[in-house]
Design a protein around this ligand. Structure first.
Ligand code: FDA
Length: 407
């Protein structure tokens, strides 16, 4: 077939959302060009979920997403659900399992998901342009005209699927935001999400020895400007690192964290540690440190007792000698540990980008711009950010499906 440079639709970005959009539109009979500048296809899918791609979450619903316009995601999520994506995965014979709280992972490799999407695109006759950089986008006489490494490409519909800013070394760019601005769209301020939190050296010194320790915690934080109704609260695993805190608990809360504010952790999640210490005082002949080590991971217990001279002094004496006040303060410090991170590990380590194209200027059924007919946005480039646990891919599939069906 001769190469043409005119299509019904051009999709820029062959990641999760872009491939889904192109495959759906192609299978509906549209001629679709899929353009990506990266050498390697869909690198973010490849590295996701530790190489096994947590491709959806069976519990995915609007409550699992952050956005300045929280209702926007409802329609697309309802019309293309986790069950729909699971059915697609099954049709391709991909083996998968549930790991934790509805999170579905490939048994073998994330490559299975990439191959599946490529096959779906092929079934739709999608024409690939990659690696292929796009240097300019204009709109002339009802058509988008792209200046690319492969010459000029034209289509009445253009889909921006270039994702967010996380992990620049595998091809993330601000391209989508630039195109959005060019066509008059507002961008909700972007910042790293699902990212480890850091602390200054002096503040963190007492905890640095805990690097590598992990335990289940309850974690919460207040809210920043513009996210008035959102308060993050999770029960998840915490991981201590040399520079700060990570693990699912902290990644989840990082998306709700506003710079300069505190996060609060309960290191004895769901238990009444004060009552446990007082019960031990009444009935045990053990030393305080032995009791605390029986209630918490041993390294955490010894680090904690070293934080205050009074606790250090009491640690090697029998718990019966400790005052109720001391035990109460010790318990409170562990169950309401409040601390103010100095920052995050940034886009280098962030799994997602919060903020993005303001969805109040998009049609929730087709993802089409309300400012520039024919222009669409799908996936992470929009101001819709999921929790950790397969939600971000579900948004890529759902928004891609909604858009692809409308082209
Ligand atoms: P995505 O980033 O997938 O694709 C964008 C595409 O656009 C890329 O192919 C890129 O090369 C291309 N592009 C960018 N700029 C361009 C330009 N200027 N010109 C041409 N092409 C351009 N989510 C989840 O649900 N489960 C999980 O297990 C994980 N795990 C995970 C691990 C890690 C380490 C990261 C960084 C992220 C995750 N995520 C995740 C998040 C998930 O990967 C992410 O939300 C989706 O990939 C977003 O899909 P998009 O298609 O919107 O962007």
């Amino acid at each position: 077939m001769p190469m043409t440079n005119r299509f019904d639709a051009i999709v820029i970005g062959a990641g999760a959302a872009g491939m889904m959009t192109a495959a759906v539109a192609g299978q509906l009979g549209r001629s679709v060009a899929l353009v990506d500048h990266a050498e390697k296809l869909a690198e973010k899918i490849r590295i996701s979920g530790g190489g096994r791609c947590n491709f959806t979450n069976v519990n995915a619903g609007p409550a699992n997403f952050l956005s300045a316009n929280p209702h926007f995601c409802r329609s697309a999520l309802a019309r293309y659900t986790a069950a729909d994506f699971i059915a697609l995965v099954r049709r391709h014979g991909i083996a998968f399992h549930e790991k934790h709280r509805g999170q579905l992972f490939c048994d073998h490799s994330a490559e299975d998901i990439i191959r599946m999407l490529v096959r779906e695109c092929e079934m739709g006759g999608v024409q690939w342009f990659r690696p292929c950089a796009v240097s300019a986008v204009t709109h002339e006489a009802g058509e988008f005209v792209l200046a690319t490494d492969a010459g000029s490409l034209r289509a009445p519909k253009l889909v921006i699927a270039t994702g967010g800013l996380s992990i620049p070394k595998i091809g993330a760019t601000d391209f989508g935001y630039r195109i959005a601005r060019q066509f008059g769209h507002k961008i909700i301020e972007t910042r790293p999400g699902l990212v480890p939190l850091t602390f200054n050296g002096e503040q963190w010194a007492p905890f640095a020895t805990l690097a590598g320790a992990s335990l289940e915690v309850e974690i919460e934080t207040g809210v920043g400007e513009g996210r008035k109704s959102a308060r993050g609260h999770f029960l998840e695993d915490l991981l201590f690192t040399h520079r700060g805190l990570s693990g699912p608990a902290v990644l989840q809360i990082s998306s709700y964290w506003a710079g300069g504010t505190a996060i609060t952790l309960d290191l004895a999640a769901g238990r009444d540690l004060r009552a446990e210490l007082l019960a031990a005082k009444a009935g045990s002949r053990q030393q305080l440190n032995t009791v605390v080590e029986s209630l918490l991971p041993a390294r955490l217990a010894s680090t904690w007792l070293a934080l205050q001279p009074a606790w250090t002094a009491a640690a090697t004496r029998r718990i019966a000698e400790a005052s109720d006040k001391l035990l109460g303060e010790l318990a409170a410090s562990l169950t309401a540990w409040s601390l103010v991170p100095t920052g995050t590990e940034g886009y280098r380590k962030a799994e997602v980008t919060l903020g993005g194209v303001d969805t109040r200027e998009l049609n929730q059924t087709s993802m089409e711009s309300l400012k520039q007919p024919g222009l669409h946005f799908v996936g992470e480039v929009m101001d819709v950010t999921g929790w950790l646990g397969g939600y971000n891919f579900q948004w890529a599939w759902a928004s891609g499906h909604a858009c692809g069906s409308s082209l």
